[in-house]
Design a protein around this ligand. Structure first.
Ligand SMILES: Nc1nc2c(ncn2[C@@H]2O[C@H](COP(=O)(O)OP(=O)(O)OP(=O)(O)O)[C@@H](O)[C@H]2O)c(=O)[nH]1
Ligand SMILES: [Mg+2]
Length: 288
């Protein structure tokens, strides 16, 4: 079995009518079976009902693998330092856009006040992109070029912010030296959470390799969470839940478009829905 299918699978049942098929699923998978997808298919020209089903314990396992620990009720630390959430990931994945969505969405972190910090001083226009959003939404914004500036920048932000979103440059495998530089900067910030932003359309085997590279860093802060971006570019969101599961990181948010801040959604309900759990319809957006 390929590595990326190493997640709880759904089972497929086919038959002439739904009640018989559901019965067979129940007999095979147990009384607590959950019917996920139902559709009509043609088998050698004959119309059939097809269901995808899983025992409810599997559904719970999937949920548990995707569900992040809740954010602390009070984000600001006892020592006055804001809670720091960094976004990392390959070039063009959607880090800056997601950072802007998180920081400018009203009530995103309840009553906690957000701020923005960027260490992307390499890409032309990267800093300006975020500065514009910060200015429009009247969110404090800091740029850090050097590890020695980190403490002062966080201190300035802590005057007005309880949570700080950190944008980082895209990491190109070809530029190890550049990567080392921003990694050192991120270490100096020591974020509480590091979210790896990956486009949902990425090939699973590549995504797994990238996920591994961002997580497994002995000397640097590794990724702790996943943000799947560009859901809107995946037809019917097919396979996105499998992708998230194969990356083995909890998913607090997903991004489904370019609109700031509207196109950011809670991760688990969306991924469970894409997996087929229609009963768990997406709730109205309730900020983190
Ligand atoms: N369709 C779609 N486009 C998105 C989404 N998120 C970001 N984008 C677009 O993807 C492009 C790159 O987004 P950025 O936020 O600049 O990506 P980045 O990871 O910061 O890129 P670098 O800083 O260059 O590494 C922009 O055109 C965004 O508008 C999304 O959820 N859906
Ligand atoms: Mg960027």
């Amino acid at each position: 079995m390929p590595e990326y299918t190493n997640y709880p699978a759904l089972e497929r049942f086919r038959g002439a009518d739904l009640s018989h098929v559901a019965d067979r699923a129940r007999r095979t998978l147990g009384d607590d079976v959950m019917i996920l997808h139902t559709r009509t298919v043609r088998d050698a020209g004959v119309p059939m009902v097809e269901v995808m089903a899983a025992p409810s314990t599997t559904v719970e396992r999937v949920r548990a693998r995707l569900e992040p620990a809740p954010l602390p009720r009070v984000l600001r630390k006892a020592d006055g330092r804001p809670y720091c959430i960094a976004l990392v990931g390959p070039t063009g994945a959607g880090k800056t856009t997601t950072a802007a969505k998180l920081a400018v969405r009203r009530g995103m972190f309840g009553a906690a006040r957000p701020g923005l910090l960027t260490i992307d001083t390499y890409r032309v226009g990267g800093m300006e992109q975020l500065a514009t959003y910060a200015e429009l939404a009247d969110v404090p914004f800091e740029v850090v070029y050097d590890a020695r500036e980190v403490e002062a920048a966080i201190k300035r932000l802590s005057a007005d912010c309880d949570v700080v979103i950190i944008d980082t440059p895209g990491r190109s495998p070809a530029s190890a030296e550049l990567t080392e530089r921003w990694r050192t900067l991120l270490d100096a910030i020591a974020p509480d959470e590091v979210h790896l932003v990956l486009p949902a359309s990425l090939r699973a085997d590549l995504a797994i390799d990238i996920g591994r590279a961002y997580r497994a860093t002995r000397t640097h802060c590794g990724a702790t969470h996943l943000v799947l971006s560009k859901l809107d570019e995946v037809p019917r969101e097919t396979g996105i839940t499998d992708l998230a599961l194969s990356l083995e990181m909890p998913t607090r948010w997903v991004a489904d478009g370019q609109d700031v801040p509207a196109d950011l959604k809670p991760g688990v309900p969306r991924l469970l829905r894409a997996w087929g759990l229609s009963a768990d319809a997406e709730p109205d957006w309730t900020p983190a």
